[in-house]
Design a protein around this ligand. Structure first.
Ligand SMILES: NC(=O)c1ccc[n+]([C@@H]2O[C@H](COP(=O)([O-])OP(=O)(O)OC[C@H]3O[C@@H](n4cnc5c(N)ncnc54)[C@H](O)[C@@H]3O)[C@@H](O)[C@H]2O)c1
Length: 359
């Protein structure tokens, strides 16, 4: 077991409060010693919950990095700030855990990668879906060769209604980098690529649509709780994205993400097709099946997975702590983040130009 790491939190909004917090309460390997939020009362509230004095709360993250002795920070701010805060912290010799998406442009993702390498510090970006029980089962099943060669994937997260913080930073391109593609795509595309053994993307096509900016019909799903809505705000991002990705090993992937569209209901899914077996998950309906052959006949396998335990976000943070302490090899490398942002950026470019984008 390594030493107790001193953490600072930057951004004490929805995802910190609803997910990251649970990684820090009763964590014997980590002590959260400082909190930052431009809305200082949010920093105060988060500090109080973990018994940290108000004097260690900041509205300016630079002041926090200056005044506190931190081993690591956890960035939970709007997307456009991820790379700015991460690079500043890495250059001060502080390890960085950061929420997804890695960055809002490939250039910025590379700056984060460079800063981590130059300073010899750990940079890890949230990939909480890799820690789902079905994901861990599949990773091992695939590593054992039971799916053979995986040559295609499909994935998506389609919401009928579920626009986060409408009019706030989520729907403002300058702050979010995009709509459901960058927000939800990063989760499911990463999960498929990771399960496929991290092939390198080589070409991307996509279409995006913005049809719900002025439409408030129907109840929003629970996902609308993310971010802060603003009636007077901006909505200049897509609400639906469809796309296609080709990889260097000949594999391909079809993707689909929406915050709002006229479909029956929400669906969050991946589908992998291998030469020996296929797999399909739908977390909305709690379905996980493997399609294979036994004794010369086709069979479906329904794994009975363990329930309970820490959520994916907390498990990802525990892994980061193990890596910083030298107790684990990183499962996430910054190059994976660069490749992810390349895909997203290329899909937006393809949607604009109507052409396939080579990477
Ligand atoms: N992994 C997941 O499942 C998941 C889910 C939701 C959101 N997220 C990601 O988490 C991040 C935050 O999303 P959220 O839903 O918590 O949004 P949010 O708006 O609820 O929280 C963001 C917080 O950052 C603060 N902030 C803004 N600018 C700041 C600055 N310069 N310095 C310090 N604090 C600042 C805001 O005041 C707010 O409290 C986003 O990048 C989002 O993509 C991830």
């Amino acid at each position: 077991m390594g030493k107790k790491l001193k953490f600072g939190i930057v951004g004490c909004g929805g995802i910190y409060t609803w997910a990251h917090y649970y990684a820090y309460e009763n964590n014997e390997n980590v002590e959260v010693v400082a909190f930052c939020d431009i809305k200082i009362e949010k920093a105060y509230a988060s500090a109080e919950k973990l018994g940290v004095d108000k004097s260690h709360c900041y509205a300016d993250y630079k002041e926090m990095l200056e005044k506190e002795e931190l081993d690591a920070i956890d960035i939970c701010t709007p997307n456009y700030l991820h790379s700015i805060v991460a690079v500043d912290a890495l250059n001060k010799g502080i390890h960085v855990f950061c929420e997804k998406p890695d960055a809002v442009s490939t250039e910025e993702a590379k700056k984060m990668q460079d800063a981590a390498e130059k300073n010899g510090k750990v940079l890890m970006v949230m990939r909480n879906n890799r820690y789902n029980n079905y994901s861990k089962f599949l990773k091992k099943y695939i590593a054992d060769g039971k799916m053979g060669e995986i040559y295609t994937a499909r994935c998506g997260w389609r919401r009928r209604r579920g626009i986060p913080g409408k009019g706030g930073w989520f729907t403002t391109k300058a702050q979010s980098g995009g709509g459901p593609l960058i927000d939800l795509g990063v989760h499911m595309i990463d999960l498929c690529i990771w399960l496929m053994g991290n092939p390198t993307p080589v070409a991307v096509t996509g279409c995006t649509y913005c049809k719900f900016a002025d439409n408030d019909a129907g109840a929003d799903s629970e996902h609308s709780k993310f971010g802060e809505a603003s009636a007077e705000g901006t909505f200049d991002v897509e609400d639906l994205a469809m796309g296609f990705i080709k990889f260097d090993n000949g594999a391909c992937m079809q993707v689909e993400f929406s915050w709002a569209s006229n479909i029956e209901r929400e669906k969050n899914f991946i589908e992998l097709r291998g030469t020996r077996a296929g797999a399909s998950t739908d977390t909305t309906d709690d379905v996980f099946k493997i399609f294979t052959e036994e004794n010369g006949t086709i069979v479906d396998i329904i794994p009975k997975l363990p329930e309970g335990g820490p959520g994916g976000h907390a498990q990802n943070i525990f892994h980061f702590v193990d890596v910083v302490n030298g107790d684990a090899k990183p499962d996430f490398e910054p190059i994976q983040g660069v490749n992810m942002v390349k895909i997203l950026e290329a899909m937006y470019k393809s949607a604009e130009t109507g052409k396939e984008v080579e990477l």
